[in-house]
Design a protein around this ligand. Structure first.
Ligand SMILES: Cc1cc2nc3c(=O)[nH]c(=O)nc-3n(C[C@H](O)[C@H](O)[C@H](O)COP(=O)(O)OP(=O)(O)OC[C@H]3O[C@@H](n4cnc5c(N)ncnc54)[C@H](O)[C@@H]3O)c2cc1C
Length: 418
């Protein structure tokens, strides 16, 4: 038997690649997964771990461009575009602008809602298996506001959620205080989303990796894909730093690196990395009952076991993981405007991390086969919700490869739609 040949070869071992591997393995495929580093060393490591139906509103919404432009010149703002002459960035921004219309947003909402709901159901299933314990909790989410504008935004999102059948309401400071008795609330109130959850993302990736490595699939870490050989409209082989691998089906799940990875095949997708940061602090005296989003500052605070993670910032800066300390500290500084007794650590304290969200212009992922290369599929472009959507993305791709009718229409996710 040729060890270097598999039914399905997956390139990228983040939450998405491992989810594809899990469902492909369930369908009985012989799977190989390769990663240039360790499993979960990309953006699936230090993100905020928020999952659930609430994340059905894409980044591209009416008014977001005007807001972004106002933020551009503030060195502590949660949004920044690094000025550079790049045709890809220009093209991405152009398509993002087009996707910001009300009509396009309204088209995306039910699609993203269905994906998130189905993915959440799959998380519940996986979390129920004896091999898995990744801190998955159905805890709801509070989106706090401290200004009239923030209240309006929260009311709008809660209204939208209600309209689409989710449980949400607007609550005042006293009600927030009752829900979070350990915290001193200075925010004016919050939108409460009852159907969401959170998890410890790295633990999910690590446990999925251990589960699959245990005689179920072949996992090659520290194995970078450097090129492809293409013949007769197919990928014939995949070159890594130490082997040539072949497979009936190839799936690219390289997160923000996917565009670069595919360029050697002459395939182009509109994908921009959007950098963000997190700070994870050691065990805290104050317990959060649910994750919090700080509406105006765009900061997420998630309880991760007995630790707390603060995450935020969206920088379109290309493939660049460098850490801008000023923006990291702006995440810490935002917290006392909402909560007066939550320790955020001294500057530089805690585990400070940067990661890149792989963003499509319209906020919908790229899922499915390429037209001109018959055995090449992709699963990326999940942007801010790649953890939330990892299981459903894995299932849709694996079903597609196995020739099964997918539960969800894949047409909106076509990788070459721009
Ligand atoms: C600050 C921050 C907060 C976030 N919060 C949330 C949240 O609360 N909820 C949510 O759902 N999402 C969140 N996200 C987004 C989420 O982290 C991503 O969408 C998700 O992790 C993408 O997963 P992935 O598997 O596609 O990519 P990654 O985890 O980046 O995995 C890609 C993998 O491909 C590998 N790879 C790349 N190139 C090659 C190559 N040439 N050869 C071999 N391997 C290769 C990389 O090493 C990497 O391990 C957040 C992101 C950030 C930055």
């Amino acid at each position: 038997m040729n060890e270097n040949h598999s039914d399905v070869l997956i390139i990228g071992g983040g939450a998405v690649g491992l989810s594809v591997a899990y469902f492909a393995w369930q369908h009985g495929a012989k799977v190989t997964l390769v990663d240039k580093g360790q499993l979960g060393s990309g953006s699936s490591y230090g993100n905020a771990g928020l999952v659930g139906p609430r994340y059905f509103v894409p980044l591209a919404t009416p008014g977001v461009i005007a807001k972004g432009l106002r933020w551009m010149f503030n060195p502590e703002s949660p949004f920044y575009i690094k000025p550079r002459l790049s045709r890809d960035l220009f093209s991405w921004l152009w398509n993002f602008r087009k996707a910001c219309s009300r009509e396009r947003m309204e088209r995306s909402l039910p699609i993203l809602l269905e994906l998130n709901q189905e993915s959440y159901r799959l998380y519940q299933e996986i979390a129920g298996l004896p091999e898995f314990e990744f801190g998955f909790e159905n805890s709801g989410l509070l989106m706090m506001f401290n200004s009239e504008k923030g209240k309006k935004d929260c009311a709008y999102l809660a209204g939208l959620a209600l309209e689409y059948g989710l449980e949400a309401d607007l609550i005042d400071r006293d009600q927030v205080a009752q829900l979070e008795p350990d915290l001193k609330i200075v925010a004016n109130g919050a939108a409460r989303f009852k159907m969401d959850g959170h998890l410890i993302p790295y633990r999910f990736v690590e446990q999925m990796g251990n589960f699959l490595s245990n005689d179920r699939i072949r996992v090659l870490t520290e194995t970078a894909v450097s090129g492809f050989q293409r013949k007769n409209g197919k990928v014939q082989s995949v070159q890594t730093n130490d082997a040539t691998l072949t497979a009936d089906e190839i799936v690219v799940t390289g997160g923000s690196w996917s565009r670069q990875l595919l360029s050697s095949l002459g395939v182009s997708i509109l994908l921009e990395p959007a950098k963000g940061y997190s700070i994870t602090l050691p065990p805290s005296k104050r317990r959060l009952k649910s994750p919090l989003l700080l509406s105006e500052s765009k900061v997420a605070i998630t309880p991760m076991g007995d630790r707390l993670r603060f995450a935020g910032t969206l920088e379109l800066a290309g493939l660049d993981l460098s850490i801008n300390k000023r923006r990291v500290e702006a995440i810490r500084k935002a917290v006392p405007q909402y909560l007066s007794n939550l320790d955020t650590g001294a500057p530089g304290e805690g585990e400070v991390w940067s990661g890149m969200r792989p963003c499509s212009p319209d906020g919908l992922p790229f899922l499915g086969r390429f037209k001109d290369i018959k055995n090449l599929s992709i699963a990326t472009g999940h942007g801010m919700i790649g953890i939330s959507l990892a299981p459903i993305s894995g299932k849709l791709i694996a079903d597609n490869l196995a020739g099964k009718r997918s539960a969800i229409d894949m047409a909106p996710f076509q990788p070459e739609r721009f």
